[in-house]
Write a protein that binds this ligand. Structure first.
Ligand SMILES: [Zn+2]
Length: 469
C-alpha cells in the first residue's frame, strides 16, 4: 500500500500500458458531487441508517482513491480549476476552464469518448454552463464568461445536455454575441426541451437534445409530486445515449456545494440523497451490462469545512470552550428542518416587507420555529431543539447587525441560523468557502481497479482517457 501511495504517476503509467479490451468499458458514468466531502457523505449514510432509510449506494463501491484537489495556483481549488483537472487532466489556475495555467487548450475525457464513437451526455442540477459541466466542453480563462462558454456547447457535438437552464443565454452585451443560445442550439440540430411534457416526450433515437429543467432544492421538493429530478434526467440520458459503441455520461449534483457554501447541512443532506438516487440509476443499468460498465463517483472539492462534531460551540463567533465538549451527535435533529435556508430567507424577506417598521426579531423567531423546529420558549422544559438564552442573544445580535438594517444583500443572519441548526445536530462548518480536504473517488465495474491509493484529480481524466481508448 505504501508503494501505491508514493508512486501514483507510475501507477497511472502502468495502467495505460496494461489496458486491453476486457478493460475497456463501453459505458462510462462519471458522477461529481460538487462540494461533497467525505464528512457530507458520511453524514448522509449515518442519517439514512438512523432513520431507517436505504443506505447510501455510493458507499457500496468496490474501489476508492484519496484524491488531491489543489489547483495550479491555490491549495484550495475552485470548481473551474477542479473540473479542468478531472475532466481534461491538467492543473490550472482557479477560474480557468479547459485551459492550462499558460492558456493552452486541453480536451476532456468526454471529447475522447466522442472521438471513440461513444455518445456523450453532460447533466447537472445547476446551469449547463456552470463550471463543472463546462469543464467537459469549454475552453475559457474566465468561468464567469457564461455566454462564451455556452457557445462552446454548440461546437461540442455532444449528444445530450441537461441542467437548470443556461446562464446568460441571451447576453447581448457579450462581445461574442451571435444570438440566443437556445435558438442557436436548435439551429445546430438539438431538440430543446424547456418543460416537463417535452422532456417526457423525448425518445430514444433523438440524436441531440438539450433539457432545461427546474431542479430547485430537494429539501423543498420533499412530499410534493411532479417535477424532474436528477435521477429522471439520468434515466433519460441512458435512454437517449445507449448505442452500439456505448456512451460517456457526466452527472453533477451541483447544489451540494451551494448548500454547503451557506452552511445549510440539512439541505446539503437532501441534495446528496437525490444525487445518490441518480447513482442508483447507473447501478441498476450496470446490473444489465455488468461486463461493459464503469461507474466513477467523485467530488471536485469539499465545501464548508464541514465537521461531524460540534463540541466547542456553533460558530467561530462563540468562545472556544463555551460549550462542554461531548461526543453526542444528534443528526436526526436535521430532520426537523422543513425547508431550505433560501426558502427561509425568502419568507423572512416577505414578512419584513409586509411589516415594515414593525418587523422585529420576534418575527424571525416564529419563522425559525416553523422552518427549523427550534424552540425559543424558555417556559418549556429544555429539549434537543431548545435555544438557550445565551444563544438567543447571539442570534438576536446577528439579526440586528445584518438583517434588520437595510442591508438586503447580506445573508449572514441566515447563515448564522443554519450554523445554529448544524450545532443542534452536533455538526459544524468552519467556512463559507471551499476547503483543501482531499476528495474521495469511488469506482465500480470495468476498470474500477485503476482507482486506488492517493491520486491527483488530474489522474481521473488520465485513467478515463486510457480506458476509453
Ligand atoms: Zn463552490
Amino acid at each position: 500500500m505504501v508503494f501505491f501511495i508514493f508512486c501514483t504517476s507510475l501507477a497511472v503509467a502502468e495502467q495505460s500500458s496494461s489496458a486491453c479490451d476486457k478493460d475497456t468499458p463501453k459505458y462510462v458514468f462519471l458522477f461529481v458531487g460538487d462540494g461533497m466531502g467525505l464528512a457530507q457523505l458520511e453524514l448522509a449514510d449515518e442519517y439514512a441508517r438512523l432513520s431507517g432509510m436505504e443506505r447510501i449506494f455510493i458507499n457500496d463501491f468496490d474501489n476508492c482513491a484519496v484524491t488531491r484537489t489543489s489547483s495550479a495556483n491555490s491549495f484550495i481549488t475552485d470548481s473551474a480549476a477542479s473540473a479542468t483537472a478531472f475532466a481534461c487532466g491538467v492543473k490550472t489556475k482557479n477560474g480557468c476552464l479547459g485551459v492550462d495555467a499558460d492558456g493552452g487548450r486541453h480536451d476532456s475525457s468526454a471529447v475522447a469518448a466522442l472521438k471513440s464513437g461513444r455518445k456523450v451526455g453532460i447533466i447537472t442540477t445547476v446551469t449547463m454552463n456552470h463550471a463543472t459541466p463546462a469543464g467537459f466542453y469549454a475552453h475559457n480563462k474566465k468561468r464567469s464568461n457564461y455566454y462564451e462558454i455556452a457557445l462552446d456547447m454548440l461546437d461540442s457535438n455532444f449528444n445530450y445536455f441537461a441542467g437548470e437552464g443556461i446562464a446568460s443565454a441571451d447576453d447581448k452585451k457579450s462581445p461574442a454575441y451571435r444570438g440566443d443560445i437556445y435558438s442557436l442550439l436548435e439551429k445546430n440540430g438539438y431538440k430543446v426541451c424547456q418543460d416537463e411534457d417535452s422532456f417526457n416526450e423525448l425518445e430514444a433515437g433523438t440524436d441531440k437534445a438539450v433539457v432545461s429543467y427546474k431542479s430547485g432544492l430537494s429539501i423543498d421538493r420533499r412530499g410534493k409530486g411532479g417535477g424532474i429530478s436528477l435521477a429522471d434526467v439520468t434515466r433519460k440520458a441512458i435512454e437517449l445515449l445507449d448505442s452500439d459503441k456505448g456512451f460517456f455520461l457526466m452527472v453533477e449534483g451541483g447544489k451540494i456545494d451551494f448548500m454547503c457554501h451557506i452552511n445549510d447541512a440539512a439541505s446539503a443532506l437532501w441534495e446528496i440523497f437525490d444525487f445518490d438516487k441518480a447513482v442508483k440509476v447507473a447501478l441498476d443499468f450496470m446490473k444489465e451490462h455488468k461486463e461493459d460498465t464503469l461507474i466513477v463517483v467523485t467530488a471536485d472539492h469539499e465545501t464548508g469545512g464541514f465537521v461531524l462534531g460540534s463540541g466547542d460551540g456553533f460558530s467561530s463567533l462563540t468562545k472556544i470552550g463555551s460549550d462542554k465538549s461531548d461526543y453526542s451527535a444528534q443528526i436526526l435533529n436535521l430532520g426537523k428542518q422543513k425547508c431550505s435556508q433560501p426558502e427561509f430567507a425568502k419568507r423572512l424577506a416577505e414578512i419584513k416587507k409586509d411589516k415594515g417598521q414593525d418587523f422585529s426579531f420576534d418575527d424571525a423567531k416564529v419563522l425559525m420555529e416553523e422552518c427549523f423546529g427550534m424552540k425559543f420558549s424558555s417556559a418549556e422544559k429544555p429539549g434537543p431543539m431548545s435555544i438557550s438564552a445565551a444563544d438567543e442573544k447571539l442570534l438576536k445580535d446577528c439579526f440586528d447587525k445584518y438583517f434588520k438594517p437595510q442591508n438586503e444583500n447580506s445573508n449572514r443572519f441566515q447563515i448564522y441560523v443554519s450554523r445554529m441548526m448544524a450545532h443542534k445536530a452536533g455538526l459544524s462548518f468552519s467556512t463559507t468557502g471551499h476547503s483543501a480536504l482531499p476528495a474521495i473517488t469511488w469506482a465500480k465495474g470495468v476498470g474500477a481497479d485503476k482507482f486506488y491509493g492517493r491520486i491527483e484529480n488530474t489522474d481521473i481524466s488520465k485513467i478515463l482517457k486510457n480506458l476509453l481508448k
